[in-house]
Design a protein around this ligand. Sequence first.
Ligand SMILES: [Fe+2]
Length: 280
Amino acid sequence: MKILATSDLHQMNNKWKLLISAVEKEKVDVVAIAGDIFPKDVGIQKQISFTPHFRKYLERLAELNTKVVLNLGNDDNQLVIPLMYTLHNDGLCYYKPEDVAIVNDIEFASMPYVPDHPFGYKFWCRAESKNNLRIDPKQYCEPLIIDKTNKFVIIENYQSYLYNQKSIEESLEETASKVKNIQKSIWLIHVPPAHMNLDVCAHGAKVGSQAVYDFIKKYQPMITIHGHIHESPEYNGHKYFHKEGNTYCIQGGQVTARLFYTIIDLDNGVSLKHSYYDSI
Ligand SMILES: [Fe+2]
């Protein structure tokens, strides 16, 4: 079985067209996308206007007999969530956040949340754990969420907001309890783990999640696919994956206008090939 793993297609609308071409070329069985999938170049509140195009892309992938497993990320407008469930119910993708989708006999689990960051939109931000809220000391504006009318509103007490939400640690533990064979499972986790150099920002800071790292060390899933700090391979010596124990952890994000993806071949153990970093 061949899986095309990628993430953070939000950099530009054209990435979805490139994805269709890559699937035609690589003849993959499954596409797995680890979040931030709606185009950011139109602005987060205008992402809703992308939804008819999004359905068309998924219909084209279905025509190619390719199944699509999706996660959302912190740059995806929360109001697209009902649409994701509609597309899932229409058989055009698997969207099961904090849950498990069985695709070609493999369990795919998803966890969309990220630790706090300096950007305003906070819907997807969660504490690492109840003991570690990890609020970023640098904030570009007031903490925001989008209301039902697609307007930004300020979160009045962000510390208490974060404390009262399920933490990343709790979300991963809860999702893991739904997986039958965790050593053979594949996880779409938008934020990369700490301590693996898959989380290096352009300014040099490493901002991966400690809770995700602890989860991988503890449960040793077969593969984890991440994005979020999509520029990381450009600042870590072109490293796009890390093997931690038995787990292959992949940074699937985008760097330039080309489509960055990893082909995972499971026919004989696990083998990985990157569309760019394995050919330079
Ligand atoms: Fe992100």
